[in-house]
Each structure stands twice: as C-alpha cells, then as structure tokens.
Design a protein around this ligand. Structure first.
Ligand code: NAD
Length: 293
C-alpha cells in the first residue's frame, strides 16, 4: 500500500518502520527533525504532497493543534486527499476536536478513524501497542492489517469518531490515579518508619497489587525518573479529560487533583521527568523523601 505517515517521533518512527518492513511504501513530511535513521520513506515538501500519493494517511503528532495544522492548515492533508482515502489519527488528542477533523475529512471525500495507542516507546518498538479505535467498522476492517503490524490488543471501541480518543483518556485517568494512590501509600508508610521497598513487595502479593505498584512504585523508591512517559504529556492528556468532562457535565474530582499534583511537579522543573515523579509533589507536602533503596 502507499501510506502517508506524518509525525516520526518517539512513537511514530518505530511504528512507520514496521509498516515499511512489511513492504508498504511510506511517504512523509518533516517539520524539524531529520528522517529517522534506517527508515525507508520518501520525504515530500508538505502534508498535501503526502496525501496526494497515499491511500492511507497516518498521523502520530504531539497534540490537537498539530493535527489541526497538518490536516486542515495551508498545504494540509485535506487539501489534496485522494477520493476514498483513509485518514487514521493515532495521536492522543481532543475527542471533541476529533469530530471536526473527521467531518472535514469526510467533506473532502475521505474517511477517518481515531486510533490512539498505549504501551509507550517499548510497545511501539515491539509492535505490541494497545490500539483504541473510533469510526465505521468498514474503515476499521480496512485498517486492521496495518494495526496488526503495530499492535496486539486492537479494539473498535465504537462506530462514532472520538470513541477511541475517549477510551484513551479513560486509560490516562486510571493510570494517573493509580500512580497517585501508590505514591500516597509509599510516602505514608515510609514516614511511619516502614521500608517502602518492603511495603511494595508485601503489597505485590495482595489485592493492592498492580502494574503501577510494580513498575512505578519501584521507580519512586529508587527515585529514578527517566521517562518513560513524561509528566508534560500526562498533563496534556488529563487536561483533555477534564475539558471533555466539563462539556459532558461529568465530575472528575480525583483526576483534577492528580492534574494539580502534576502541575506542582512541573513547577519544580519535572515536566520532562517520568510521571512516577508525581511522588515528588506528595513528598514536598509531607516534608518527607522516600529513601533511595
Ligand atoms: P514526539 O514529540 O516524540 O513526536 C512527534 C513528532 O511529530 C515529532 O517528530 C515532530 O517533529 C513531528 N511533527 C510535529 N509537527 C509536525 C508537522 N507539522 N509536520 C511533520 N511532523 C511534525 O511525540 P511522541 O512521544 O511520539 O507522541 C506522539 C503522540 O502519541 C502524542 O499524542 C502522545 O501523547 C502519544 N503517545 C505517546 C506515548 C509515549 O510513551 N511517548 C505513549 C502513548 C501515546
């Protein structure tokens, strides 16, 4: 297939690599970074030129305004979309704006899937991403062979655009609140005189066990916060969740608290640290550091 892939960063570069390795032709355009080493792709001057060559255009961009620019801006994808082309947005962006992007794509004669992912850089490299998709089942079936080259747990969440993005934000709510719970518990136990490493390993055998206690709990105890998933990106995702909740009339009290703690971390220069560094905000409030173990 002729595939446009725009956004060759931490996630996009290995994902496009899997598509190229399976024999697909990849077309792209770059804004600042050079073509990732080893990626077989043809670089074109802008997103419109990519769309003009592609049956499927995949976007893996940082945030909503980036998708808007690449899709709808001057020299954007929509201005040169081939009839019947499929746009797949795999970035994590606003479910609300997604509806507008899908509408504009349809008006230009194409179809649209929102298909954000979880699993991080490791999942992108190992082609084991979780992919959460919103859009028509016919479009989903068309995209499935491509999704299978990049991911493992692939779900059509709903026939409406935006449902994939909503599912991804639900994921980010659960992860943030779990990190917050693990951080509170470890600071509490540590200031009470327990060895947090012992507490973690004791709790891993019981009902409080989780991937977050295992992986992020370990990072908190060792105080190693190399990303991973950056505080800055999680702030973006929680802001999207809170904005969606507001427009729906849904209360997300603990998501709001987790976001404030992340804001506190960012204020201390931890924007680029792993999201397990959320424990720092609680350590400051409790005037207690988890011992490095
Ligand atoms: P990144 O910043 O590493 O990559 C984004 C890429 O898009 C960059 O290479 C940038 O140059 C490119 N880009 C931006 N504007 C462009 C334009 N106008 N034209 C061409 N290229 C352009 O980000 P990432 O970590 O790869 O994340 C991408 C998306 O995936 C985000 O929405 C993020 O929230 C989501 N995500 C990331 C992770 C993770 O662990 N990093 C996990 C799951 C989901």
């Amino acid at each position: 297939m002729q595939i446009g892939f725009i956004g060759l960063g931490v996630m996009g570069a290995p994902m496009a690599g899997h598509l190229a390795a399976a024999g697909h032709s990849i077309f792209t355009t770059l804004n600042r970074s050079p073509l990732p080493e080893g990626l077989a792709a043809e670089v074109l001057p802008n997103a419109a030129a990519v769309a003009a060559r592609s049956e499927v255009v995949i976007l893996m961009l940082p945030d909503t305004p980036d998708v808007e620019r690449v899709l709808l801006g001057a020299g954007g994808v929509v201005s040169a979309l081939r009839p019947g082309a499929l746009v797949i947005d795999m970035s994590t962006i606003s479910p609300i704006e997604t509806l507008r992007f899908a509408e504009a794509t349809r008006a230009a004669g194409g179809s649209y899937l929102d298909a954000p992912v979880s699993g991080g850089q490791v999942g992108a490299r190992n082609a084991s991403l979780t992919i959460m998709v919103g859009g028509h089942s016919g479009d989903f079936d068309r995209a499935l062979p491509l999704f299978r080259l990049m991911g493992k747990n692939i779900t059509l969440v709903g026939e409406a655009n935006g449902t994939g993005q909503t599912c991804k934000l639900a994921n980010q709510i659960i992860v943030a609140l779990n990190i917050e719970a693990v951080a509170e518990a470890l600071v509490f136990a540590s200031k009470a005189g327990c060895d947090p490493a012992k507490v973690r390993s004791a709790l891993m055998g019981g009902f409080a066990a989780s991937r977050i206690l295992e992986v992020h709990g370990e990072r908190m105890i060792a105080q190693t916060f190399e990303p991973g998933f950056r505080i800055r990106l999680h702030q973006k995702d929680l802001a999207l969740a809170l904005a969606s909740a507001r427009s729906l009339g849904v209360a997300l009290p603990n998501t709001a608290t987790a976001q404030e703690l992340m804001n506190g971390c960012a204020a201390q220069g931890l924007e680029e640290a792993d999201h397990s560094a959320l424990v720092r905000a609680l350590e400051v409030m409790s005037n207690h550091r988890l011992s490095g173990a």
